[in-house]
Design a protein around this ligand. Structure first.
Ligand code: 4NP
Length: 158
């Protein structure tokens, strides 16, 4: 089993979308039985809540249903997951700061590292912005998830 965790701040916009986009890609390739895919937030601001309704609306236009409930990232996630995919530099710092020994550092990646089309480092936080931000997040995530899955397939000889 390949365990993948997507992480953002609130776990109601970017990481639930990344989870939904990546699950759809994996399913399309017939690889769903090889993966456990989840998401979490570095904050507890929205714990227990479903994904933001604006994010869900934009995702469902692309036939992606977001069904996750927000939960907080915890130290146990370092053990449980093989790939910890963070959305921005703040998430990266927050996650890395919870791994004081540094032993899990090589599991933590910036999502955009795998993007072919997007030159920015951060997946921008759409929460306080306008409607267009949600579509932009999905564009970046679709591109990054595609590149990420190709990398995993190479790494794991799938
Ligand atoms: P996310 O977006 O990290 O992509 O889920 C946010 C959602 C809520 C807040 C910040 C970012 N907030 O501050 O409540």
């Amino acid at each position: 089993m390949i365990n993948v965790l997507f992480v953002c701040l609130g776990n109601i916009c970017r990481s639930p979308s990344a989870e939904g986009v990546f699950k759809a890609l994996v399913k399309d390739e017939g690889l769903d039985e090889k993966f456990f895919i989840d998401s979490a937030g570095t904050s507890a601001y929205h714990v227990g809540e479903p994904a933001d309704s604006r994010m869900r609306k934009h995702a469902s236009r692309r036939n992606i249903q977001l069904t996750s409930r927000s939960r907080k990232f915890g130290r146990a996630d370092f053990v449980k997951f093989d790939y910890i995919m963070v959305m921005d530099g703040g998430n990266y710092e927050d996650v890395i700061s919870m791994d004081r020994s540094g032993e899990y550092q090589e599991k933590v990646f910036m999502m955009t590292e795998f993007s072919a089309l997007y030159a920015g480092r951060d997946v921008p936080d759409p929460y306080y912005g306008g409607d267009a931000g949600f579509g932009e997040v999905l564009d970046i995530l679709e591109d990054s998830c595609r590149g990420f899955l190709e990398e995993i397939k190479r790494d794991n000889e799938l």
